[in-house]
Write a protein that binds this ligand. Structure first.
Ligand SMILES: N[C@H](CCC[C@H](N)C(=O)O)C(=O)O
Length: 277
């Protein structure tokens, strides 16, 4: 089975062409290929399939074998992959995901994809839909207790559930410990991704990521967008923000009625073939 390894802002993935390869069990395969010691390794696995309702379909699995509805860094890589491999021969196209149809714009120079822009899902604030077990119309600036310490958090659904915590200095935070406990906290029945955000100014933030189903990662595209949405709602941020994730930069713009555009790079690391998969 042929594979391509790619990354978007250091969030790394194994990509497979499901149109030509036969795959029985995606979850098992993701667990196997995402293993960093016994296989290629990645934060997630993506498979290309044909779609009846869009130009192409993206299947996404986390490294723990769970399926994700959407992946922001993943879809940028996926879009470059389908263009480079002539699966899609357009620079503007649509991708079916479990979170709905996403629109892609490629910035191409001499056949080389320089940037990928994605129109993301609209944020959903309703706690029942996210889901979060809490009262009220939204989950903005609620409080949670972890190890007898109080944290102010906000959670939205942006394809996948995202919890955002504004912090002064990442040095004060144990990302692994807190991320793990918040991801699996009982108020999040479908777990949650966790984003720790340092605001530099209204147009610049640093985001540190703990991902549902993948743990500590160097970036999360849907998480960067969620951080900007919540920062914007709380008047901490403008509507066009440069997000510095640990593995790279992602630009997020919020237009009228919460239309969100994410722009960033996608990089191919290597192509290869699995022996005995
Ligand atoms: N890394 C991804 C998010 C993957 C989603 C996954 N962690 C889940 O919630 O199932 C991103 O760039 O948006």
């Amino acid at each position: 089975m042929k594979f391509t390894k790619m990354h978007g802002a250091g969030n790394d993935f194994v990509l497979l062409n499901g149109i030509v390869e036969k795959i029985d069990d995606y979850s098992k395969l993701a667990l196997k290929v995402c293993n960093r010691h016994f296989s290629v390794g990645g934060d997630g696995m993506m498979v290309v399939e044909n779609s009846d309702i869009a130009d192409v379909k993206m299947i996404y699995y986390n490294s723990d074998g769970s399926e994700g509805e959407m992946c922001g860094n993943g879809i940028r890589c996926f879009s470059k992959f389908v263009y480079d491999n002539d699966i899609v021969d357009k620079e503007v196209f649509t991708v079916e995901t479990l979170a709905g149809i996403q629109t892609i714009w490629l910035e191409v120079e001499n056949k080389e994809v320089k940037f990928v822009k994605v129109k993301m899902n609209k944020p959903i604030f309703d706690p029942k839909a996210i889901p979060v077990l809490c009262e009220g119309k939204n989950v903005i600036e609620k409080s949670i207790e972890i190890d007898r310490k109080e944290f102010v958090f906000s959670t939205i659904l942006l394809g996948v559930p995202h919890t955002v915590i504004f912090i002064y200095d990442i040095k004060d935070i144990d990302i692994n410990e807190l991320g793990h406990k918040i991801e699996k906290h009982s108020i999040f029945p479908k777990r949650t991704n966790v984003n720790f955000v340092e605001v530099k100014d209204k147009n610049n933030i640093n985001v540190y990521t703990w991902e549902r189903g993948a743990g500590r990662t160097l970036a999360c595209g849907t998480g960067c967008c969620s951080s900007v949405v919540i920062g914007n709602v709380l008047n901490k941020l403008s509507n066009k923000v440069m997000v510095k994730a640990e593995g790279g930069l992602i630009e997020v713009e919020i237009k009228e009625s919460f239309e969100i555009f994410m722009k960033g790079k996608a990089t191919t690391i290597c192509v290869g073939e699995f022996i005995d998969i």
